[in-house]
Design a protein around this ligand. Sequence first.
Ligand SMILES: Nc1ncnc2c1ncn2[C@@H]1O[C@H](COP(=O)(O)OP(=O)(O)O)[C@@H](O)[C@H]1O
Ligand SMILES: N[C@@H](CCC(=O)OP(=O)(O)O)C(=O)O
Length: 362
Amino acid sequence: MREAVRAARRVVVKIGSSSLTTAAGGLDRARVDRLVDALASLDAQVVLVSSGAIAAGLAPLGMTRRPRDLANQQAAASVGQGLLMQAYTDAFARRDRIVGQVLLTVDDVTRRAHYRNAYRTLQRLLDLGTVPIVNENDTVATEEIRFGDNDRLAALVASLVQADLLVLLSDVDALYTGDPAKPESRRIDEVRTEADLDGVSIGRTGRAGLGTGGMVTKVEAARIATGAGIPVVLTAAPLAAAALSGESVGTLFHRVRERPAARLFWLAHATSPRGRLHLDPGAVRAVVARKASLLAAGITAVDGRFAAGDPVDLVDSDGNPVARGLVNYDATELPALLGHSTMELGPGYEKEVVHRDDLVLL
Ligand SMILES: Nc1ncnc2c1ncn2[C@@H]1O[C@H](COP(=O)(O)OP(=O)(O)O)[C@@H](O)[C@H]1O
Ligand SMILES: N[C@@H](CCC(=O)OP(=O)(O)O)C(=O)O
């Protein structure tokens, strides 16, 4: 029995497209029902991260497979997301539970104001006893600003809501040492450290052709969550109830450390930097060793097109990133400020270029 799993009070459960659709395409209501049965009976608070919008939208649009281009994926997601929510709304209603839809983009979890909004909304939904159902906001996400896969989104949501457990449900019952279809592949029960993954061959594509990322994105999500102090169970959707009750099914990834400050954790893992600030050696020492704010005086050059509030990488004189932070100025404003002290710059420029509270070391 896995005590930490059984005792979890707040759980994030992620289900992949391949576990929600029929072989012919379209949503499989029986599978939705089975999942909802497992979740509605839990005492713990649950956030469900559900993929399947694109898969559910294919059949109504006469598409036979997941489109490759973003515009068609967005159209399919737009049609499918409504169907997905309808299926969950009905299935949870039969068990007297209310659901709430939460569609997130990368910006919602990286910009401080949006991050707080997302947190507040999820917290309120949980306080009200509802089951928040999260997906990426596919219809507006462009290639540049996409999470791309819901495994990573689920790990980040688990960190955002400070969950005690993340359960990743897929069409395979556990992590295997190689392709599970091959007889020589062995099931892995537990992963305690990175070394336990040595020699494990992790495939990038799933069998069903509906999901994204295969096992790679799940193991990556497990790294993010366990690094945020949250244990992860990876198993097949029909084993959800057993996994949640602490039975030894699937693969348990033990947490690798205590929970770090959530917002900065997101900054490091959820953002793509929009530019780079080149630091002189003194500024690198100040930021890395003294955890100081970054001032204009220590910056030698700026690249990228970013606006105030965007994430940027702070790089040393060899171009290696040392930290990531939210910048307080637009890219166009910065060149005139470089090398000057805050006092020389005068009114309007009192702010640090990156405040220490908005900075995470890489
Ligand atoms: N080492 C491995 N262990 C388990 N499954 C693996 C491994 N390597 C590749 N896979 C494949 O990854 C698939 C799951 O990925 P995917 O289809 O993207 O899932 P989902 O739609 O649930 O997100 C499994 O069906 C399996 O075939
Ligand atoms: N937002 C997309 C999810 C894409 C995705 O990550 O799919 P999966 O690998 O099945 O979890 C959708 O709802 O179709």
